[in-house]
Design a binder for this molecule. Structure first.
Ligand SMILES: C[S@@+](CC[C@H](N)C(=O)[O-])C[C@H]1O[C@@H](n2cnc3c(N)ncnc32)[C@H](O)[C@@H]1O
Length: 370
C-alpha cells in the first residue's frame, strides 16, 4: 500500500493557516507546539482535513484563569455595570472561553452587582474545543483556582472538599456552546463581547475575520474587549477605540448594530463604481461575491481559504472594474496568500477570464485561466 502523502513543514503550516487561521510560524509557542505535534503524531503531516483539524486542536492554547488581569476587569465593569443597571439588562459573550474561568468570573461579577441593584443578565461562552466547552459547562474547578477571586465574588461558588462549583444562581444565567469564531453562529446582539487572549494566536486575516464577526454581534452601545496585547490587532482592523477608565481600551463597532434593520440600499445611480472580485468554488452553493476594498479583500480571501479547507478543488478569482491604486500592493499580498493556501492544499487557484489573468499578472501574480 502506498504511504500517505506528507507535506513539508512549510506547506503544512500554510495549509493550517489557510484552513484554521492558525499560523504555526506566528510565535515561538505555536512553533514549539507544532513541532511537538508532528513528532508525536507523524501521520498529521499528511495534511488532509482531519489531520489539519487535529493539528489546530493541538495548537490551540487554552491557558486561562479566574480574575485574569484584574485592573482591566475592574475598569471594564466600573464602566459596564452602571450602564447595565440603567438599561435593566446585559447580554455578554465570552468568545474563546476555554475551560470557563473567564466566563464564570464575569458571571460572579454580574450576579454580585445584580443582588445589589436588580437587572437581568445572561452570559454565553463559546470555544472551538468541545472538550473545553464541556469543562466550562460543568463549572467545577479545584478549590485553589478560585482563590484568585476577591472574597465577595468567591461566595458565588460552593465548596465541596477540594472542589469549587459555580452556584445555581450563576448557572441559571450561563450557557456554553462549541463553535469556531471564524464561522459559527454567535447568537448576538451583545452589550459586551470579551475576547481576550484569542486573537494573538491567529493569523492576521483570521484575526480580522473574528473581529469583524464579533463587532457585527454588538448592540449599538456595545463594546468589544480584548487583551492589552491584542489592542493593535483590533486597531488595524479599523474598529473605533474607546477609553474605559484609565486602563481599558474597548472597541465599538463602526457600522450599524446587528439588531437594527440595515439602511435601504442606495439606488444604482448613487452607488460609487466599486471594483469587484468574485470567487466561487466548483460546486454549489458556496458562491461569494464581494466588492474589493482594503477591508473586504481580507474577508474574501478568508472565505476562499475556508472553501479550500472544506475541500473545494478550485477557486476562481475574477477581478472586474478598476482596483484602487493605493491598495494594489495589499490586495496582491492578500491574494498571494490564497494562492499559497491552494498550493498547500493541492487545490488550484485560477483566473476566471483573460482580463483577470492580465490584471493579476500586472500585480506580480501569474495565475493562469482554466
Ligand atoms: C488562551 S485561551 C483564552 C481563554 C480566556 N479568554 C482568557 O483570556 O483567559 C484561548 C482560547 O481560544 C480558543 N480559540 C482559539 N481559536 C478559536 C476559534 N477560531 N474559535 C473559537 N475559539 C477559539 C482556544 O480553544 C482557547 O480555548
Amino acid at each position: 500500500m502506498a504511504a500517505p502523502p506528507r507535506l513539508d513543514a512549510d506547506a503544512l503550516a500554510c495549509a493550517l493557516a489557510a484552513s484554521h487561521g492558525i499560523d504555526p510560524r506566528g510565535s515561538l509557542t505555536l512553533t514549539a507546539r507544532f513541532e511537538l505535534a508532528l513528532a508525536e503524531e507523524p501521520a498529521l503531516a499528511a495534511g488532509g482535513p482531519a489531520e489539519l483539524a487535529r493539528l489546530a486542536q493541538r495548537l490551540r492554547v487554552g491557558e486561562t484563569r479566574f480574575y485574569r488581569d484584574p485592573p482591566q476587569l475592574e475598569a471594564l465593569f466600573a464602566w459596564a455595570l452602571p450602564r447595565a443597571i440603567a438599561a435593566g439588562k446585559l447580554r455578554v459573550l465570552s468568545a474563546g472561553c476555554a475551560t470557563g474561568e473567564e466566563a464564570w468570573t464575569i458571571a460572579a461579577i454580574l450576579e454580585e452587582a445584580r443582588q445589589a441593584r436588580p437587572f437581568t443578565w445572561e452570559l454565553n461562552g463559546v470555544d472551538a474545543l468541545p472538550e473545553s466547552v464541556e469543562r466550562a459547562r460543568a463549572g467545577r474547578y479545584p478549590a485553589e483556582a478560585i482563590a484568585r477571586l476577591p472574597r465577595k465574588l468567591r461566595r458565588h461558588f460552593e465548596l465541596h472538599g477540594e472542589e469549587a462549583s459555580a452556584s445555581e444562581a450563576l448557572r441559571a444565567h450561563c450557557r456554553f456552546f462549541a463553535g469556531d469564531l471564524l464561522g459559527a453562529p454567535l447568537y448576538g446582539p451583545f452589550g459586551l463581547v470579551v475576547c481576550r487572549n484569542v486573537l494573538i494566536y491567529l493569523e492576521e486575516a483570521a484575526a480580522r475575520r473574528v473581529i469583524e464577526r464579533l463587532a457585527s454581534q454588538l448592540t449599538r452601545d456595545g463594546v468589544l474587549v480584548v487583551a492589552r496585547a491584542e489592542v493593535p490587532i483590533v486597531r488595524r482592523a479599523g474598529l473605533s477605540p474607546r477609553q474605559l477608565g484609565g486602563e481599558v481600551v474597548a472597541f465599538k463597532r463602526s457600522g450599524a448594530p446587528a439588531s437594527t434593520r440595515p439602511p435601504p440600499a442606495p439606488r444604482a445611480a448613487d452607488r460609487p463604481p466599486l471594483p469587484a472580485l468574485e470567487l466561487h468554488d466548483q460546486g454549489p452553493p458556496s458562491r461569494v461575491r464581494l466588492d474589493v476594498d482594503a477591508a473586504n479583500v481580507e474577508a474574501l480571501v478568508a472565505r476562499g481559504q475556508q472553501l479550500l479547507a472544506a475541500g473545494a478543488p478550485m477557486i476562481e478569482v475574477r477581478v472586474s472594474g478598476r482596483l484602487p491604486a493605493a491598495q494594489l500592493e495589499m490586495i496582491a499580498a492578500t491574494l498571494r496568500r490564497l494562492v499559497r493556501a491552494a498550493d498547500a492544499l493541492g487545490a488550484r487557484c485560477v483566473a476566471a477570464d483573460d482580463a483577470t489573468a492580465r490584471t493579476l499578472a500586472a500585480l506580480g501574480l501569474p495565475i493562469s485561466t482554466r
